[in-house]
Design a protein around this ligand. Structure first.
Ligand code: C2E
Ligand code: MG
Ligand code: MG
Ligand code: MG
Length: 278
């Protein structure tokens, strides 16, 4: 009867949840030793200008566990944030990024490239974040002007005042700030006015159906217009086809990133790609 079915469904649901909780506990334990065991590494997704020349890359964190294989960032980054592990892991990402930027600054082929690094709220709300990053830049002699920190709107809601203060300190050091996944958060226009931003990244959900959905086209147009009047760079994310690239270009977009132009790759693969093109 209905009552029994309900109970069975409930038990089934609980078993599923139990499994998820266990899986999450296993992942959490594994994540605690991932950095020390050298299971984390970085990939770099190239970014391009309108002539499809490379202008830099976004750093993407990767985790390969010896038993499980790859964990997706969407699965482990939230755990890293909830446990606070994102602070040491994020510091490692930043240090590697500073080394890479320092290398680029000594090579005429890559001197003009920027490196974009994703930052979690948890990192920005750590009071040592700014001084720690200043030390890394000094130690590696990386040029702060080529470092772009990507933040999301929803992250800033937790502690607006501290986050804003730190972002202004970073901007004064010459570091660039980008608003990632723009259009998917809550308080868009207010933060555009109040933050020291250099760049907006159009979320790839708007690019995906750009050619078939007039609402998405209107949103993309609006973000580009906003960028123009506020003098912010606009980068389109998730460009997967030539048609999307062309449409974005016609709408006035000048910076691009996505599988059509280049997938996340190792630094070596990135250098090969650019040296083959030119
Ligand atoms: P995000 O910053 O928006 O990064 C872009 C994501 O879109 C990446 O997924 C990238 O592989 C994917 N992508 C790029 N181009 C295309 C495309 O043309 N089509 C499709 N379908 N996907 C594309 P990934 O690497 O899985 O990263 C997911 C999210 O994890 C990132 O979103 C970012 O929020 C977070 N993340 C990655 N690395 C780090 C990190 O070092 N620190 C922090 N705090 N978060 C990170
Ligand atoms: Mg990003
Ligand atoms: Mg994004
Ligand atoms: Mg994202």
């Amino acid at each position: 009867d209905a009552k029994n079915r309900g109970r069975n469904r409930l038990r089934f649901f609980n078993q599923q949840m139990q499994l998820d909780v266990t899986e999450r506990a296993v992942l959490t334990n594994r994540l605690r030793t991932a950095l020390g065991n050298q299971e984390l590494y970085l990939e770099y997704q190239p970014q391009f200008n309108e002539q499809q020349g490379m202008i830099g890359a976004e750093v993407l964190l990767r985790w390969h566990h010896p038993e499980h294989g790859h964990y997706a960032p969407a699965d482990f980054i939230p755990v890293a944030e909830a446990t606070g592990l994102i602070v040491p892991i994020g510091n490692w990402v930043l240090m590697q990024s500073c080394f890479t930027l320092a290398d680029w600054s000594n090579d005429a082929r890559y001197q003009h490239w920027q490196l974009a690094v994703n930052i979690s709220a948890r990192q920005l709300l750590d009071s040592h974040f700014v001084s720690g990053l200043a030390d890394m830049l000094a130690q590696t002699e990386a040029p702060p002007q080529r470092l772009l920190l990507e933040i999301t709107e929803s992250q800033l809601l937790d502690d607006t005042e501290l986050a804003h203060k730190q972002l202004y300190q970073l901007a004064r050091m010459g570091i660039q700030i980008a608003m990632d996944d723009f259009g998917t958060g809550y308080s868009s226009l207010q933060s555009l006015k109040n933050l020291p931003l250099r760049q907006l990244k159009i979320d790839r959900s708007f690019v995906r159906d750009l050619l078939d959905d007039s609402s998405d086209e209107a949103i993309v147009r609006t973000i580009l217009a906003l960028g123009k009047s506020l003098e912010l760079e606009v980068v389109a994310e998730g460009v997967e086809t030539a048609a999307q690239f062309k449409a974005l270009h016609q709408l006035g977009c000048r910076q691009f990133q996505g599988f059509y132009l280049g997938r996340p790759a190792s630094l070596e693969q990135l250098y090969t790609l650019v040296n083959e093109r030119s």
